[in-house]
Design a binder for this molecule. Structure first.
Ligand code: MET
Length: 303
């Protein structure tokens, strides 16, 4: 495969059938988003945020891009901004993995840390404060930018339909941080399969199921507020997964399927297996594996 630049490698990722014993003879397929060049599902978003910013005239020559992120969106934004030589400042709560922060810097971005206990809300506030201070700056703000669900509606959803050769999909399971991947993909899949269940995944410590907010080891998903994009769809169920359960499946995927998947992928697989118990026999469940375990080795993902 000959390509001219890494941007051509974004999207069209493989869909892997998970060889695990699924309740009720159902099947689970996972979209392997770690195969994107920046290593996560958020490369798609990075491109979309920069393209929309340019299209609406918010990004001009030398505009400083500022974005709050758990890391992967930051890597995607830094990658996309590079082609226009735009300066990038990423605001990251200090708890998130060292590797993601190193990769953002490697792409030329500046990383600004906010206190872990202020969570992503603290990073959002800091990004807005920086925007006030820096002239010719722009905050795409993944948490409310319509380009976020839209890019998943246009790319990830249709790819899954095509990957499965129009085979009926009974449920879509995906983690929510900003909610963009889950909501946009759900909209695309439900246009074709209106009866499909939409199930989101959060770590214990996130608030969607009403549980108390507390720190968790699973990265990239989990919310401190209900994602505004949720208004666009009906969410059938929220599965709340513990760190231990997610990490067990991370381990299982490496040992049994030779797959290096991050903790939000482990949570997605755990939730898909739980959901299979409640679905009819021989259901088809599709989920998303957002990134690789390799960016969490310093967090002892396997030890
Ligand atoms: N996964 C997105 C990011 O990397 C949203 C995180 S919000 C916990 O920025």
């Amino acid at each position: 495969m000959l390509v001219d630049n890494v941007y051509q490698l974004i999207g069209r990722t493989p869909l892997l059938k998970i060889n695990i014993q699924v309740p009720k003879h159902s099947r689970i397929y996972a979209k392997l988003e770690m195969f994107n060049p920046g290593g996560s599902v958020k490369d798609r978003l990075g491109m979309a945020l920069i393209q929309r910013g340019r299209a609406i005239g918010a990004i001009k020559e030398n505009t400083t891009i500022i974005e709050p992120t758990a890391g992967n969106t930051g890597i995607g934004v830094a990658l996309a901004a590079q082609q226009y030589q735009l300066p990038v400042k990423l605001v990251v709560p200090e708890k998130f993995s060292f590797e993601k922060q190193v990769l953002m810097r490697a792409l030329g971005a500046q990383v600004i840390n906010t206190p872990a206990e202020q969570g992503i809300t603290g990073a959002i506030k800091k990004a807005q404060a920086l925007h006030e201070e820096i002239s010719n700056s722009y905050v795409p703000l993944q948490f409310q930018n319509p380009a976020n669900p839209d890019v998943y509606y246009r790319t990830l959803g249709p790819e899954i339909i095509q990957d499965l050769g129009n085979q009926q999909i009974d449920a879509f399971v995906a983690g929510s941080g900003s909610g963009g991947t889950f909501v946009g993909t759900t909209r695309a899949l439900q246009e074709k399969y209106p009866a499909m269940k939409a199930v989101t995944v959060e770590p214990e410590g996130s608030i969607l199921n009403g549980g108390p907010e507390h720190p968790h080891r699973i990265e990239g998903i989990g919310v401190e507020f209900v994602p505004p994009f949720f208004k666009q769809i009906h969410v059938d169920q929220v599965k709340t997964i513990s760190d231990d359960t997610a990490f067990q499946y991370v381990d299982w995927l490496a040992k049994n399927m030779g797959l290096f998947a991050g903790s939000s992928s482990g949570a997605a697989l755990a939730a898909s297996l739980q959901l299979a118990e409640d679905l009819p026999e021989k259901s088809t469940i599709v989920t998303v594996f957002p990134d690789s375990s390799e960016r969490y080795l310093s967090k002892h993902i396997y030890d």
